[in-house]
Design a protein around this ligand. Structure first.
Ligand code: C6P
Length: 416
């Protein structure tokens, strides 16, 4: 199959056909067609997801796990059915290993408070990398304050790759947990997490991978990676906001205490004591985001229909094209030039502050994110306060990058 994407014929995905599934993409912004290049912040949703959520509310909504009545049972089936879809999507061994959270951030905080806090003490170390998102830094800093453990930071190099030799050197008997990003949101670097997990395991450490920027863009198999925990968010992979997943190996989750108390996470409550629910519900106190789970399940169906390998191949084309075209803009410096990258191009433009870049290209209908991308230690490493970031999804086109490059050239002339 071949498809016309912009004015370049691409083998592979039928991009025009896929774009028809995304109503939001077909609008004018500031009198220009929208070019949405802010997918690392949040992707857009296809009709299949929007309709699944609407249909759930139209026909099936009730609270889950609580009623014998028909709607409650339908809602429970939809909710638990979505969990099974997510389990299959990341190849977990059991539905018990898929914990619904509000997103990646909450998933990491759950591990910090329910796994690390009861176990760690002075002399213990948590190893992260310099390129982490704040969501994979601050919860560990908090747990270090609470327990007296130490946060250790593995360095990166000028390309934005982890220095594996240093990473290995920093692993030792004191390392209790390694918490690293699978893909960097600020740089696009795809980290060698299978190798890093093996190194960490050899040192006797538990491993959490932040998969927020990986799961939307490539096939992820948590068992093949060998990690203990894997966190990701629905809203970056065509699903609703306010829901995400913590994958945890069943044996490790079983040993952890619950982190929030309330309804649904119990089997029996009396003033003498409470018996906690089984996995996965032990970690899901209160009425969950049922519609979110239903929409997340629909998003996974949608991505599987296209195929994660096809998505990865299409986004690799977009990255290769964007890197080439944007590099030709005078004064543009790409921040993050790792050999293995997801389709993220962070850049600075000589003489123009990234925030001005954001405003100038927005006037042309182009959405990019500007700022520190919640990764301030990375910005500090590269000596920049902020970058502009174009981040891609399979529904983007080469033409959108051409328009971004033209807008940047125009900005250069304005500021000359
Ligand atoms: N990055 C970005 O524009 P939440 O907000 O919980 O869904 O995801 C947090 C998070 C964790 N790890 C990584 C690697 C991430 O990229 C993000 C979210 C967005 O890059 C918003 S700051």
């Amino acid at each position: 199959m071949s498809a016309r994407a912009g004015n370049i014929v691409q083998p592979g995905l039928d991009v025009a056909r896929i774009r028809a599934d995304f109503p939001i993409l077909h609008q004018a912004v500031n009198s220009h067609p929208l070019a949405y290049l802010d997918n690392a912040a949040s992707s857009q949703r296809p009709l299949q997801v929007i309709d699944a959520v609407a249909e759930y509310y139209r026909s099936d909504h009730a609270n889950v796990h609580r009623g014998v009545h028909a709607l409650s049972q339908r809602a429970t089936d939809a909710f638990e059915g979505a969990r099974s879809k997510l389990r299959a999507f990341v190849n977990a061994a059991s539905d018990k290993e898929i914990i619904w959270t509000r997103g990646t951030t909450e998933a990491i905080n759950l591990v910090a408070q329910a796994w690390a806090r009861p176990r760690l003490g002075p002399g213990d170390e948590i190893l992260v990398s310099r390129m982490e998102h704040h969501a994979n830094i601050v919860p560990w800093q908090m747990v270090c304050e609470q327990t007296g453990a130490t946060l250790v930071v593995a360095p990166i190099d000028e390309k934005g790759e982890i220095r594996l030799d240093e990473f290995e050197r920093l692993l030792g008997p004191a390392t209790r947990l390694v918490a690293v990003g699978h893909v960097s949101n600020a740089l696009g670097t795809i980290n060698p997490v299978r190798e890093m997990t093996a190194m960490a395991k050899a040192a006797g450490a538990a491993v959490l991978l932040d998969g927020a920027q990986a799961v939307p863009h490539m096939r992820v198999d948590v068992r093949e990676l060998g990690c203990d925990f894997y966190a990701f968010s629905s809203h970056k992979m065509c699903g609703p906001t306010g829901i995400g997943v913590l994958y945890g190996r069943e044996a490790i989750l079983a040993e952890m205490p619950p982190w929030q108390g309330g309804g649904d996470m119990i089997l029996a409550v009396s003033f003498e004591g409470t018996i906690y629910n089984d996995l996965p519900w032990k970690f899901e106190a209160g009425t969950p985001n049922i519609a979110g789970a239903v929409g997340f399940g629909a998003a996974v169906d949608y991505l599987e229909d296209i195929g994660m390998d096809a998505i990865a191949a299409r986004e690799a084309q977009l990255l290769e094209h964007a890197t080439r075209v944007l590099s030709e803009v005078p004064g543009l410096r790409i921040i993050g030039t790792a050999e293995h990258k997801a389709a993220v191009v962070s850049f600075v433009l000589e003489g123009i502050h990234p925030h001005d870049i954001g405003t100038i290209v927005d006037a042309e209908g182009i959405a990019v994110r500007t700022g520190h991308h919640c990764a301030m230690p990375v910005m500090e490493f590269f000596g920049v306060p902020a970058t502009a970031r174009a981040s891609y999804s399979f529904y983007n086109t080469e033409e959108e990058t051409e328009r971004l490059a033209a807008a940047l050239n125009k900005a250069q002339e304005m500021f000359a």
